[in-house]
Design a protein around this ligand. Structure first.
Ligand code: PAF
Length: 286
């Protein structure tokens, strides 16, 4: 098969996967909600290096959005997404409609306790149930050998890794580094919501995280000190409102008074109406 394919329906996807499987090919998978940027492309490129075939899904999954969140406004441009997928080495884009993924009487969910309750789970209580459910469905359809997720959504990466382990999914979950703009802003489809003034203000996330990392590397071990330091640094920016600033163990996401081992230092910040997240993983010296 030559050139990138697009499957709109479950049956079309399954036929292609069956054909590849028959040839003994390894399949890498990059699930996305579209409006692709360099971050997604880095996942697709990595998947293309490590597998024979790469499937990218483009599906804005309403189930993971709260009632007052940005499902309707979420940016969509499928033609542009296809170009970006092809450029990065994808073989197949799966772009189902809502009706293809969810029957009207759909009632089965994949839910997780613990890991999903802190950080983003506090303000987005139904988010990870939606993510775990759609990712399980996509895994069942694509049956990948490896699946690729960005570390920008660090909690999502930890949750999916644990879900794959807990449910014996036999899929290798691969976390890939955050891709940033030249000035440090983490790439995100939601950056398109920002006005010029907000775009400038959004730099406060990566700047505060960089300063917190330096503070930790200089010897600070108290999680509370780092959390307060982050909050104060972010609140120097008048357009910013902190949702959370946390330092938790990685990848168990547990709170600790004194940081040790690998720690996830993560923030969620409203810049105007747009909620942005960013993080660094820091290895605390003994
Ligand atoms: O990270 C995302 O874009 C989404 O949460 C995912 C994994 C594609 C599930 O809808």
């Amino acid at each position: 098969m030559m050139g990138m394919k697009v499957a709109k329906h479950v049956d079309q996807l399954r036929d292609i996967i069956r054909f590849w499987r028959g040839q003994g090919l390894k399949i890498g998978f990059v699930p996305t909600m579209g409006y692709l940027h360099e971050g997604h492309q880095s996942l697709i490129r990595r998947a293309a290096e490590e597998n024979d075939k790469v499937v990218v899904s483009v599906f804005v999954n309403q189930m993971q959005f709260g009632p007052n969140e940005d499902f309707d406004a979420y940016p969509r441009d499928f033609d542009r997404d296809c170009q970006k997928c092809e450029e990065a080495g994808a073989d197949l884009v799966f772009h189902p409609d809502n009706e293809d993924m969810y029957e009207e009487d759909f009632i089965t969910y994949v839910d997780m306790t613990g890991l999903t309750q802190g950080l983003c789970g506090k303000t987005r209580p139904i988010h990870f149930r939606g993510v775990c459910t759609i990712v399980t469905k996509l895994f069942n359809l694509v049956t990948p050998d490896r699946a690729y997720f960005g570390q920008k959504d660090a909690q999502q990466l930890a949750v999916i890794t644990r879900m794959a382990r807990d449910l014996n999914m036999n899929i290798e979950i691969i976390g890939c580094p955050i891709v940033r703009e030249d000035d440090g802003l983490a790439k995100s489809s939601r950056n398109t919501y920002l006005s010029a003034e907000e775009r400038e203000a959004a730099l406060v996330l990566s700047k505060a995280l960089r300063a917190a990392k330096e503070k930790i590397e200089a010897g600070e071990k108290s999680a509370e000190v780092i959390q307060n330091f982050l909050k104060e640094a972010i609140e120097t920016e008048p357009l910013a409102k902190v949702d959370y600033a946390s330092a938790v163990t990685w990848p168990a996401l547990e709170e600790k008074e004194y940081m040790e081992g690998e720690m996830l230092v993560a923030v969620a910040v409203y810049i105007g109406k747009t909620r942005l997240i960013d993080n660094v993983i820091v290895d605390i010296a003994e």
